[in-house]
Design a protein around this ligand. Structure first.
Ligand SMILES: Cc1ncc(COP(=O)(O)O)c(C=O)c1O
Length: 394
């Protein structure tokens, strides 16, 4: 990035993100190019958003075509694409006819909707909402209230009351869940915490205990959803059905969109007028979402996510700086042998590879689902060069 861009950014944008790494110009497939013409292999995918990569021809065609027809219509009206995307989500979730979808615009908003369902289900002594230690559910006030890091929450206290953080263990679940719990919210893999999977049997136990005590189970699939972990939704690997799950990030391939999906009694809790969104479910976003679902299915991209994941694990075995790899499918956290993740991100960028560091010892990989076998081979080469650079300077 030229200093001109840096200065203009700093002079005009609110300083909540720090200085961007690069100023990007365009992308195609698994690659992006910056304004100086440098090419990057994108192993972050806009943080698990660009499931079809960049400038996917069919997604581009859908968006352009839809923009020419109608971009926005308000929720006094519906569109074929809004209904079609809801049908595709419910079909992928395995509850066609027994589920409902609420559309919004982001992950935090999807979780706000889920928390409103939980709040509305609270009666009498049933007021507690449980979240997990190390959770991340978003930045708006409700979602922030169930987000673990005190650094993010404390400047904004008081937040939503009656929220408790419990350890992500079977014992933690058993100790906390009783008839005073309105809902438990969990991520199947805690992405922002450094790609931490839940312990084996955790989701099944959470489902069993919440059902037994009349509490709702809310599953946040914002980062794990849309085929990334090797199933449409990560909870499916545990064979459970949550009362509510939330989606965003990859749902429309980069067009801002989110969704809350309910089933069973959770579909009956919010009454007409109790929630809403101006932009949620608009024709542009939902048309993009339909194309994302259709391309993932037609091109077997969930299978590809599994295969490329296995290949990444193979090529990183014994690679420099690699200690342990966590996660599933194309949401992987590489724990490093030393706390040099931020230096490695910089060195990777200099070599033409985009990854990120959720903490100082972890590199997160969340590439698009169209990743090819050749991309993974190139990734290994770029990783090796970046790691060599870091080792040489430490
Ligand atoms: C699991 C999870 N939930 C919610 C969010 C918030 O999503 P958004 O940034 O779209 O509001 C994120 C974002 O990283 C996330 O990873």
């Amino acid at each position: 990035m030229t200093s001109d861009w840096v200065q203009r950014y700093q002079d005009n944008l609110l300083g909540v993100f720090g200085t961007p790494f690069r100023c990007l110009d365009h992308g195609r497939g698994t690659r992006v190019w910056d304004t100086e013409g440098h090419e990057y292999l994108d192993f972050l995918g806009g943080i698990a958003v660009n499931v079809l990569g960049h400038a996917h021809p069919e997604l581009v065609q859908t968006i352009a075509g839809q923009a020419a027809r109608e971009i926005h219509i308000s929720n006094y009206f519906t569109s074929e694409s809004q209904i079609g995307l809801a049908e595709r989500i419910l079909d992928a979730a395995g509850h066609p006819g027994n589920g409902r979808v609420f559309f919004c615009n982001s992950g935090t908003e999807a979780n706000e909707a889920a928390l409103k369902v939980a709040k509305r289900a609270s009666t009498g002594a049933r007021t507690r909402i449980l979240a997990l230690e190390h959770s991340f559910h978003g930045r708006t006030m409700g979602a922030l209230s169930v987000t673990w890091k005190s650094r993010l929450r404390e400047p904004f206290l008081p937040l939503v009351p009656d929220i408790e953080f419990i350890p992500a263990t079977l014992a933690g679940l058993e100790a906390a869940i009783d008839d005073t719990v309105a809902a438990l919210i969990v991520e199947p893999i805690q992405g922002e915490a450094g790609v931490l999977p839940l312990p084996p049997g955790f989701l099944a136990a959470a489902r069993d205990l919440t059902a037994r005590h009349g509490a709702l189970l809310l599953v946040d699939e914002v980062q794990t959803g849309m085929g990334r972990t090797g199933d449409w939704f990560a909870f499916q690997a545990s064979g459970i059905v949550p009362d509510v799950f939330t989606l965003a990030k990859g749902i429309a391939g980069g067009v801002p969109a989110g969704a809350m999906v309910t089933t069973g009694r959770a579909s009956e809790i919010l009454r007409p007028g109790e929630h809403g969104s101006t932009f949620g479910g608009n024709p542009l976003a939902t048309a993009a979402g339909c194309t994302v679902f259709d391309v993932i299915r037609r091109d077997h991209l969930i299978e590809n996510a599994r295969e490329r994941s296995a290949q990444i694990l193979q090529v990183l075995e014994g690679a420099p700086l690699v200690d342990v790899i966590r996660g599933r499918g194309l949401l992987l956290g590489v724990r490093l042998t030393r706390p040099v993740a931020h230096e490695l991100v910089d060195a990777a960028l200099a070599e033409g590879l985009i990854v990120n560091a959720p903490d100082e010892s972890t590199i997160r990989l969340a590439p698009s689902l169209i990743l090819s076998a050749d991309d993974v081979v190139e990734f290994r080469t770029l990783w090796g060069r970046a790691a060599e650079h870091v080792s040489g300077t430490n």
